[in-house]
Design a protein around this ligand. Structure first.
Ligand SMILES: [Zn+2]
Length: 219
């Protein structure tokens, strides 16, 4: 705790005064660019990998960047999604997985967490990803781990669609979805591109999106 206490003191005396003018503008309201859903892993730091500031990201973190489907667990994740979409009107939701994810390793190999019933139960929300990965043949262990991370991001994006606030905003074209994988070995972030059906590098000219096609109302 000594390191963290020293950090708080440095923040109070050096960093906060430096940023005070900027932070004061956030006192009255927040208008974040996105709801950012990622893993609790200490090596994944949303503001660091997006080079963003306080006020930019409304964040949900849990083991494995899981989004329980609507109606199953109406807990903190579901409430935070509803608040982000309906109260804050976030224009984007990003689900960000990462390489070397302990939760995804456990989801792939449930025997490793046999003595942790709550973790096992939580990771059941990644079971569809596990089934998909088991169907892919000829993957070596490293490839299997990466594909599990990717398929889990896609599974959680699918779960997002089941939340009424998200379904409604998507149908109205008011919300975009993104699926990212952060590689902690290289610092690169790949983004899922629905058109290509793959995780690809992003650029300012081409921002890959996992947003489904907007509804065309025929009446
Ligand atoms: Zn993780």
């Amino acid at each position: 705790m000594q390191e963290l206490t020293k950090g708080v003191l440095r923040f109070e005396t050096e960093i906060y005064p430096d940023k005070k003018e900027f932070l004061d503008r956030l006192i009255a309201r927040q208008d974040p660019h996105a709801l950012f859903i990622t893993c609790s892993d200490s090596r994944v730091v949303p503001n660091l990998i997006t080079d963003s500031e306080p006020g930019d990201l409304f964040t949900i973190r849990n083991a494995g960047n899981i989004v329980p489907p609507y109606g199953d667990v109406l807990g903190g994740v579901s409430a935070t999604i509803e608040y982000a979409v309906m109260a804050l009107g976030v224009p984007s939701i990003i689900v960000c997985g990462h390489t070397h994810c302990g939760a995804m390793d456990a989801a792939m190999h449930p025997e490793k967490v046999a003595n942790m019933p709550i973790v096992r139960s939580w990771l059941n929300h990644a079971e569809s990803a596990r089934r998909i990965v088991l169907g892919y043949e000829n993957l070596n262990p490293k490839q299997q781990a990466l594909v599990m991370v990717e398929e889990n991001v896609l599974a959680q994006l699918n779960h997002l669609h089941t939340h009424p606030s998200v379904a409604s905003a998507l149908a109205l074209g008011e919300l975009e979805l993104f699926g990212w994988v952060f590689d902690i070995e290289t610092g690169h972030v790949l983004s899922y591109d629905t058109e290509q059906g793959a995780f690809v590098p992003m650029s300012v000219d081409h921002i890959p999106t996992a947003t489904p096609r907007r509804r065309r109302r025929l009446l």
